[in-house]
Ligand binder design. Structure first.
Ligand SMILES: NC(=O)c1ccc[n+]([C@@H]2O[C@H](COP(=O)([O-])OP(=O)(O)OC[C@H]3O[C@@H](n4cnc5c(N)ncnc54)[C@H](O)[C@@H]3O)[C@@H](O)[C@H]2O)c1
Ligand SMILES: O=C(O)C[C@H](O)C(=O)O
Length: 334
């Protein structure tokens, strides 16, 4: 205990994420699953002198089931990444089915595991996992997380750049709320641990917000057809997984943004819905994580008028993204 599993473990995110999890002394078993190459990745990682026992499986001979047996935490970076000119929603066609099938495997083999969804479009793939779990009668909203940590990591880095001191990046925190795509990514700069320079103009602020919202595009463009963020995502995914592992180990007070089902903490979820003025099923906000999963959804608290405008712009897109994911399972088109 605990066993961590990566589904999509041979991919651009999966491999470095598996490496970081293998390096984490909190992990005692590491299960790797992909449709290609996992035996090689597992053999390679298994020579690293850390405690985790590593196994890699492919689909034949019940590979998914074998990987998931006994899993405590399952991270899903399986699926196709964007190419220049694509939105994350353009990935839905392929990734929705991949996530549905993997979620079915988790629901039947490791229904009590924490599930951390990286596959895009996160705003829709997380609802897909929830609906699959509901269908199997095993949905626990406290244990399902959309990983939005890369937005938080980017916000810390970009704010450190603005402050002219990258050495501050690790200690800077910026709550990033909403969802994980374009305008649904809402950085609450007024609540950052480190205030922006007083000389910062509203124009400069808008540029910074835009850079956080569209940071993914920067990487997609630079990779020029070879995919999207993988290394920074692996770092962010490992950061989030480590927080979950620490919470499971009994550490208190772990709070970080994540895209969750708002019934994970019904009172907190209702308060948040009032603040955003919309009856959304999912939203990313700061959540406190305990040994059983989400123990509290934090309200946004006092935010600026500008941040309220950003939230207003995020809501309609989130509504559509959530509905699309839910309907994919509840009302599939024949
Ligand atoms: N949440 C975020 O912040 C964030 C950040 C970066 C990327 N992503 C998303 O993560 C996903 C993966 O990105 P990547 O760059 O690693 O892509 P990749 O193509 O390099 O790797 C994806 C892996 O998934 C595997 N795969 C495909 N179908 C599978 C299935 N049915 N079962 C198991 N594995 C399967 C592939 O074989 C491949 O190894 C993409 O959807 C991307 O958009 C999300
Ligand atoms: O931009 C992407 O498509 C990948 C990821 O969601 C990111 O934010 O980097």
């Amino acid at each position: 205990m605990p066993k961590a599993v990566v589904l999509g473990a041979a991919g651009g995110i999966g491999q470095p994420l598996a490496l970081l999890l293998k390096s984490n002394p909190l992990v005692t078993e590491l299960g790797l699953y992909d449709i290609v190459n996992t035996p090689g990745v597992a053999a390679d990682l298994s020579h690293i002198s850390t405690p985790a026992k590593v196994e890699g499986y492919l689909p034949p001979n019940d590979g998914l089931k074998k990987t998931l047996t006994g899993a405590d935490i399952v991270v899903i970076p399986a699926g196709v990444p964007r190419k220049p000119g694509m939105t994350r929603d353009d990935l839905f066609k392929i990734n929705a089915g991949i996530v549905r099938d993997l979620a079915t495997g988790i629901a039947t083999t490791a229904p009590k595991a924490f599930v951390l969804v990286i596959s895009n479009p996160v705003n829709s793939t997380v609802p897909i996992v929830a609906e699959v779990f509901k269908k199997h009668g095993v949905f626990d909203p406290k244990k399902l997380f959309g990983v939005t940590t890369l937005d938080v990591v980017r916000a810390s880095t970009f704010v450190a750049e603005v402050l002219g001191d990258l050495s501050k990046a690790p200690e800077i925190t910026v709550p990033v709320v909403g969802g994980h795509s374009g305008v649904t990514i809402v950085p609450l700069l007024s609540k950052a641990s480190h205030p922006l320079p007083s000389s910062f103009s509203s124009d400069e602020r808008d540029k910074l917000v835009n850079r956080i919202q569209f940071g993914g595009d920067e990487v997609v463009k630079a990779k020029d057809g070879a995919g999207s963020a993988t290394l920074s995502m692996a770092y962010a995914g490992a950061e989030f997984a480590t927080k979950v592992l620490r919470a499971v180990a009994g550490e208190k007070g772990i709070v970080t943004p994540s895209y969750v089902h708002l019934t994970a903490d019904p009172a907190g979820g209702d308060a948040l819905k009032k603040e955003i003025g919309a009856d959304l099923e999912f939203f990313s906000s700061n959540v406190e994580i305990g040994p059983e999963g989400v123990s509290k959804i934090h309200p946004l608290g006092k935010i600026t008028e500008h941040e309220q405008t950003l939230i207003k712009a995020a809501v309609p897109e989130l509504v559509g993204n959530i509905e699309k994911g839910v309907n994919f399972i509840k009302a599939p088109k024949l």
